[in-house]
Design a protein around this ligand. Structure first.
Ligand SMILES: Nc1nc2c(ncn2[C@@H]2O[C@H](COP(=O)(O)OP(=O)(O)OP(=O)(O)O)[C@@H](O)[C@H]2O)c(=O)[nH]1
Ligand SMILES: [Mg+2]
Length: 262
């Protein structure tokens, strides 16, 4: 049970492509008695709820710093991809991994509540991948990432892509030790998402506006979307692209290569 947002992170499994899944004792309090509940109503005292949230996030932040130290020591550049479900994170990853396979070694940690679908798609590119199934959990946390990269055995001077659980709310709270948080929004979601879900856009460093090939068919004002996002976080950098047609992908690739060669 995740005490911070009320979701159940009590059934996390770690799976390599082609491997039968095994449950992992992840140190979370196992508590099957609460339904999925973001109201925090399970705690009778709001003071106590706040204290538990601070503990959970505090513990997470400590582990995230450990992850960050490990990545720094190995010179691993780590990206945490966050978005609502279906914005195109895996498609973007598949294309990026194939296009940049000669530029640097990569590894991927996939986060979904269930299935190996995304890990299987990534595995088809030949890049090492580990799937984390969070069960009822709605986000990845630093401890899951720690367990996952130990299994993956990261190469020095490589890039680690983390695809978070599709959810525009809870993953914003959990630092994983990444260098950059990348929020993906697709043009079918409406340009007002940055002001409706400001925590995520505030936490992000990069904002990718995906599926621009669909702009002729949907009402989505790209400039308005950027304006809203900048209201929330004026440091955001934007990429406008289509992961399926490849439009705008070169700017993204050049940015990634520049980060790795810093
Ligand atoms: N038209 C269009 N479709 C896209 C684009 N990128 C992804 N899609 C489609 O959007 C759907 C979802 O893509 P995924 O890559 O699975 O999205 P995701 O963010 O990984 O989804 P979750 O992991 O479930 O959150 C698929 O049908 C993709 O083919 C794009 O640039 N243009
Ligand atoms: Mg995906």
């Amino acid at each position: 049970m995740c005490d911070t947002c009320g979701c159940g992170a009590d059934s996390t499994t770690f799976r390599k492509h082609g491997e039968a899944h095994h449950h992992h004792g992840d140190g979370h309090n196992h508590d099957h008695s609460h339904p999925h509940d973001h109201s925090h109503s399970h705690d009778h005292s709001s003071d106590r709820t706040l204290a538990i949230e601070q503990d959970v996030l505090g513990d997470n932040n400590l582990l995230a710093q450990r992850n960050r130290g490990y990545f720094e020591a190995k010179n691993v550049f780590c990206l945490n991809l966050v978005s609502s479900p279906g914005s195109g994170k895996t498609t973007l990853l598949e294309k990026t991994l194939i296009s940049l396979k000669d530029d640097f070694p990569s590894a991927v940690i996939e986060g979904d509540q269930q299935t190996m679908n995304d890990a299987d798609r990534v595995a088809a590119t030949g890049v090492p991948v580990l799937q984390i199934n969070t069960g009822n959990g709605c986000h990845l946390d630093a401890k899951m990432i720690h367990t996952a990269y130990a299994e993956l055995k990261l190469e020095e001077n490589s890039v680690l892509f983390i695809e978070n659980v599709g959810n525009l709310v809870c993953p914003a709270l959990f630092d994983l030790g990444e260098d950059k948080k990348v929020v993906v929004i697709s043009v079918t979601e409406g340009e007002d998402k940055p002001i409706k879900y400001p925590t995520m856009f505030d936490a992000a460093d990069i904002c990718i506006i995906n599926k621009v090939d669909l702009l002729p068919y949907v009402q989505f004002d790209v400039e308005k979307c950027k304006e809203y996002a900048l209201q929330v976080n004026h440091h955001l950098e934007f990429f406008e692209l289509s992961a399926t047609t490849g439009a705008g992908m070169d700017d993204w690739y050049n940015w990634l290569k520049a980060q790795v060669n810093k």
